[in-house]
Design a binder for this molecule. Structure first.
Ligand code: GLY
Length: 371
């Protein structure tokens, strides 16, 4: 690695550490989701993104041992016991929520209570598995019993972790059945992916694909593409099933082939072009972390390709889409939550910040994952 590269990585990481340290003074043990007019909001503990802020704090704590950040992350995790034990508001995103809180704390500090929380969340996730259709149910809507979504690939690591931690393969078997279903039903031959696939919950028959947060059933929602990329890479990391590695590579190639030169895609790769297109920097951050992960999983001859692709995206995010001044709490500008519903377009999102920081930590050599 050239010295200038090393200096850039260290400077970027230090900027992240300093900013998180500063914003944590105001954000404290709340649950930020989107930054509006420069200031992060606060969501209830059951919102799907509640793990990302404590996860970001754990990323920084892991390198700095800053006890104040550790205490905030622990407090967030404790507040999440209300939805965890309340049950009614839980959905498949228990993976996002408790991988970056309970599993992170367990991996870093061996907390027995965190291990229990992670296992309760994993038990909820396996309870959402439908043996007809072999899918994990995504959401709780009255008409959504048969709905599965691509995002769920990022919830599967909680199950792989649960199997490793308990030495009981049941969790892993269910994760694999869902991942195999995603290979068949979600990921297309060209490496793009559906957002939503609906099954008949009684028979398991496939009914239809839906556009969801993407433009149409056959389009390519940018963030969904990167959930597929990183999610398949993680399924391969845990299982060594070659089909997952090939899928992760195929999706990575689709993403990279369609990525604009400045490193951030529009919200859907197949949305019709119009003035002031919504961007999605969160997908670039997820892709960067997924690509660097992939570089550690492929044969040596391919490693540089994926690593440099991830590194290049991080450079572009740093140069064009990051915010270091005091009047913006988000790290990464121009993320989009749900363009079809016109929610939270072209603003910072806490998950964009999380994956940006996670990818930069990997760039500096960190190999341990909370996933
Ligand atoms: N998992 C929801 C999203 O990516 O917006």
């Amino acid at each position: 690695m050239s010295q200038s590269n090393e200096i850039w990585q260290e400077e970027l990481w230090n900027k992240i550490v300093n900013k998180v340290s500063r914003t944590s003074q105001r954000i404290g043990n709340t649950f930020p989701y989107v930054s509006i007019d420069g200031k992060y909001d606060a969501q209830p503990a059951h919102w799907w993104t509640s793990g990302f802020w404590p996860g970001l704090l754990w990323l920084v704590y892991r390198e700095t041992q800053d006890e104040r950040l550790k205490e905030i992350a622990i407090s967030c995790e404790e507040q999440m016991d209300t939805p965890l034990l309340g049950f009614d508001e839980l959905h498949h995103d228990v993976g996002f929520m408790w991988s970056l809180t309970a599993v992170a704390q367990y991996k870093l500090l061996l907390s027995a209570q965190s291990k229990r929380r992670g296992l309760i969340a994993a038990s909820h996730l396996v309870g959402r598995f439908n043996v007809k259709g072999n899918f994990i149910r995504a959401w709780n809507g009255a008409d959504q019993q048969g709905w599965a979504i691509i995002d769920c690939l990022m919830n599967l690591p909680l199950l792989y972790w649960a199997s490793e931690t308990t030495n009981d393969p049941r969790f892993k078997h269910i994760a694999k059945l869902h991942a195999d279903m995603a290979l068949r039903e979600f990921i297309r031959p060209d490496g793009s992916a559906h957002h939503i696939v609906c099954f008949d919950p009684e028979t398991g028959a496939r009914l239809e694909a839906r556009g969801g947060q993407g433009y149409s059933p056959d389009s390519a929602w940018a963030r969904g593409t990167t959930w597929a990329l990183y999610g398949m890479a993680l399924s391969y990391r845990y299982t060594r099933d070659e089909a997952y590695l090939q899928a992760a590579k195929k999706v990575a190639h689709f993403f990279l082939a369609n990525l604009p030169d400045d490193g951030v895609p529009f919200w859907d790769f197949r949305a019709p072009l119009q003035a002031d297109m919504a961007m999605d920097s969160t997908s670039s951050a997820i892709a960067a972390s997924g690509l660097i992960e992939l570089s550690r999983l492929v044969p040596e001859a391919e490693q540089k390709l994926y690593f440099h692709a991830g590194e290049r995206i991080l450079r572009l995010l740093d140069e064009n889409y990051s915010a270091w001044d005091e009047d913006e709490e988000g790290l990464l500008l121009k993320g989009t939550a749900n363009f079809p519903k016109n929610t939270y377009v072209n603003i910072p999102h806490i998950y964009g910040d999380y994956f940006f920081a996670e990818a930069v930590a990997k760039l500096r050599g960190q190999r341990e994952l909370f996933w």
